[in-house]
Design a protein. Structure first.
Length: 210
C-alpha cells in the first residue's frame, strides 16, 4: 500500500518538535552521548512502530526510489529477506502485518527476532538508508527520556552505550522534552482514527508493499 501525502503532512509538527528536542539534548549531552554514524546496536532487533511511522517510512522509500533507485532496491531486497525470516514466527496477522495485542502475543514478542537487523540498515556502512523518515522511537532513542516505571512513577531511560560515566544529575540535565510521549500518542491516535487503523506493525511489514 502506497502512503498518501496527507498522512505525512499530519506528522510534520511532531517531527519538528522531536528533532528540535533531540538537537537540544545532543548539545547538552556532549561526549556522554555515544551515538554516531556506524553505531547501530539499536538497529538490531525488531520493535513495534505506529502506523503513522509506517506511512512516513513508505513515503521516504518512495522518494528514494526517485532519487537513488539502486539504494531503494537494496532496501526492498533486505525487506523480503527479513520477511522470510520473520513470517514463520510473526506474533500477529501476517496478511496485514499488524501485531496482536493480547497478553500471550506480547509475551511471545519479548523473545521474537532479537537478532534481526532492521531492513533499512545498510550493513556495509552501519547507517540508516531512510534516516530522514525514521520512526519517532529511532529519533528519540539514546538521550535520557522518561518512560513509565513499574511503580507507575517515571524513570529516565538511556542507551546502554551512552552516559556511562555521567552522574544522575548530569543525565537528568540532558533529558529530552518530557511532553513528547503524550504528543506522539495524540498524533498516532488522530492518524489511526483518520485511516481506520489500529495496533502496530514492524518496519519490514510496513515496507512490504511500498
Amino acid at each position: 500500500m502506497k502512503s498518501e501525502q496527507q498522512p505525512i503532512a499530519m506528522s510534520q509538527p511532531l517531527i519538528q518538535i522531536v528533532d528540535a528536542a533531540l538537537a537540544s539534548s545532543v548539545a547538552r549531552s556532549g561526549s556522554h552521548l555515544a551515538c554516531k554514524p556506524g553505531c547501530y546496536q539499536c538497529c538490531i532487533g525488531v520493535f513495534p512502530i505506529p502506523h503513522e511511522d509506517a506511512a512516513r517510512l513508505r513515503e521516504g522509500l518512495s522518494l528514494l526510489q526517485q532519487t537513488n533507485p539502486e539504494k531503494a532496491t537494496s532496501i526492498h531486497t533486505r525487506v523480503q529477506q527479513s520477511l522470510a525470516r520473520l513470517d514463520p514466527w510473526f506474533p500477529g496477522d501476517r496478511a496485514t502485518g499488524i501485531l496482536s495485542e493480547d497478553y500471550e502475543a506480547a509475551i511471545l514478542f519479548e523473545e521474537f527476532a532479537n537478532d534481526e537487523p532492521c531492513p533499512v540498515l545498510d550493513p556495509a556502512t552501519g547507517t540508516c538508508d531512510l534516516y530522514a523518515s525514521r520512526p519517532i522511537l529511532c529519533r528519540t532513542f539514546g538521550p535520557p527520556m522518561r518512560t513509565p516505571g513499574d511503580d507507575r512513577e517515571t524513570n529516565l531511560a538511556t542507551c546502554e552505550l551512552c552516559y556511562i560515566h555521567a552522574s544522575t544529575d548530569e543525565i537528568a540535565a540532558c533529558e529530552l522534552d518530557s511532553t513528547i510521549p503524550a504528543l506522539e500518542a495524540a498524533s498516532n491516535q488522530a492518524f489511526n482514527a483518520a485511516h481506520h487503523l489500529q495496533g502496530e506493525t514492524l518496519i519490514a511489514y510496513a515496507l512490504r508493499n511500498a
